[in-house]
Design a protein around this ligand. Structure first.
Ligand code: SAJ
Length: 399
């Protein structure tokens, strides 16, 4: 008999995971609190932009192996893939994990496997998921498996990375670890690496903090180089020719729902000790302000400056604007300056605060061209299109 899986949360991780599992022969129920999301998936449509996801969802739904619902239902395996934002004072907010766990508790039965894929502060798999389940269903102690297996996929390459990436799996006990590892081995081509739940939680936070600290180094360099009148892009190219140096790219700041958020989970668990991790977050969070200041300086010479902003998503070639530094810069320029701000983005959906214009119009009218995202179509911009413009290129796209 086909194994049944219930995936709670049909966002950037839950939806690709559900559809992939459905095409691998599992019978999957995807659960989301948003009725519009549930309806559109049941029609075989997607509500997020990710290469090839539309085709995968369509075929998963048409095969009869994937359906969406507002409520969980009894299954062999439950996967929680809900967001974990931060709340006030950058403290992790695990309410969605708590709600998802409570929703599945009545449907659990002996022999089930519960997997938490959401990125969470250390201790959550035990203290939130396991404790909630066993408080309400003490008879299931020792009878079900509970494990953390953090998602590690890169937006823009989710479908490939879901299969190819190595996975870290950590259970609340060794039977749980083993059961979860057996499950991932059925569809992952990468290695499945086993540990305990707390180490798996910390591994995920560490990966994103590693990247944040390294981007902060690049961003700090870009500000130092500006002061010293050195081209940071040339500098990085040269330094990276050293066999043991690999500096990342400076940008307008760090966005997305992961790297700009997860390091705070470590800071909140070890506030006195996580000094470098906190500082990196502060350096990256300061970068949009620094860019805005650059625009103000360059705009000083115009009576009615027109700034053309290229891109609002948090990185190239996606539509996602969550925690986007580009969007933050655009909104601040609109709110706090008298400049005329023209905005363009080939992928992002329209927002209430401003219009998205065609790039040709933005380039024609702007005095200052502010490159915020290095979307593919922009990389072909000709020198002629930027002639006589002041260009502030936060991505080094034109260097
Ligand atoms: N960025 C730079 N310079 C760089 C690289 C990135 O400024 O050299 C910026 C991007 O423009 C963007 C932000 O950092 O604003 C994050 O982009 P990203 O491509 O580094 O990462 P995400 O947020 O799309 O995905 C990350 C990935 N984590 C790592 O690479 C360690 C992904 O594997 C995780 O699954 C994902 O977070 C997640 O869900 O946690």
């Amino acid at each position: 008999m086909k194994k049944t899986i219930c995936v709670i949360g049909l966002g950037y991780i839950g939806l690709p995971t559900s559809s992939l599992l459905a095409t691998k022969g599992f019978k999957v129920t995807g659960v989301d609190v948003n009725p519009k999301v549930v309806d559109s998936i049941n029609r075989g449509q997607v509500h997020i932009v990710e290469p090839d996801l539309d085709v995968l969802v369509k075929s998963a739904v048409h095969s009869g192996n994937l359906s969406a619902s507002l409520q969980p239902q009894p299954s062999d395996i439950f996967i929680i893939a809900v967001p974990t934002p931060f709340g006030e004072h950058k403290k992790p907010d695990t309410r969605y994990v708590e709600a998802a766990t409570s929703a599945l508790v009545p449907h659990l039965a002996e022999g089930n496997l519960v997997i938490l894929e959401s990125t969470v502060p250390v201790g959550t798999t035990q203290n939130v998921v396991a404790d909630t389940i066993f408080a309400q269903r003490p008879e299931l102690k020792g009878q079900i498996a509970i494990a953390h297996c953090p998602e590690r996929v890169l937006p823009g390459q989710i479908l490939r990375e879901l299969i190819e990436n190595d996975r870290v799996v950590g259970g609340i006990d060794s039977q749980s670890t083993e059961a979860a590892a057996d499950f991932y081995l059925q569809f992952v081509n990468g290695e499945v690496l086993v540990t305990d739940a707390a180490t798996a939680e910390m591994a995920k936070l560490t990966e994103n903090s590693y990247r944040d600290v390294n981007i902060a180094f690049a961003n700090e360099l870009s500000m130092i180089c500006d002061e010293l009148q050195i081209n940071v892009w040339e500098l990085i190219r040269l330094a990276n020719r050293h066999p043991r140096v690999n500096i990342l790219n400076p940008g307008p700041g760090v966005g997305g729902h992961c790297i700009a958020v997860d390091p705070w989970f470590i800071v909140s668990s070890a506030p006195e000790t996580a000094r470098l991790i906190r500082t990196a977050r502060e350096v990256n969070d300061f970068k949009p302000e620094w860019v805005i200041d650059k625009v103000r300086q360059r705009a000083g010479r115009f009576k009615h400056p027109v700034v053309g902003c290229l891109g609002i998503s948090f990185k190239a070639d996606i539509d996602d604007v969550r925690e986007s530094p580009a969007l933050e810069i655009v909104k601040t320029l609109l709110r706090e300056t008298d400049m005329e701000v023209l905005v363009t983005d080939p992928f992002a959906a329209p927002l209430p605060d401003f219009d998205l214009l065609p790039i040709t119009e933005v380039l024609k009218r702007a005095d200052i061209v502010l490159v915020l995202v290095d979307h593919k179509p922009y990389r072909k911009l000709s020198a002629a299109a930027l002639k006589e413009k002041i260009v502030i290129d936060t991505r080094g796209m034109l260097s």
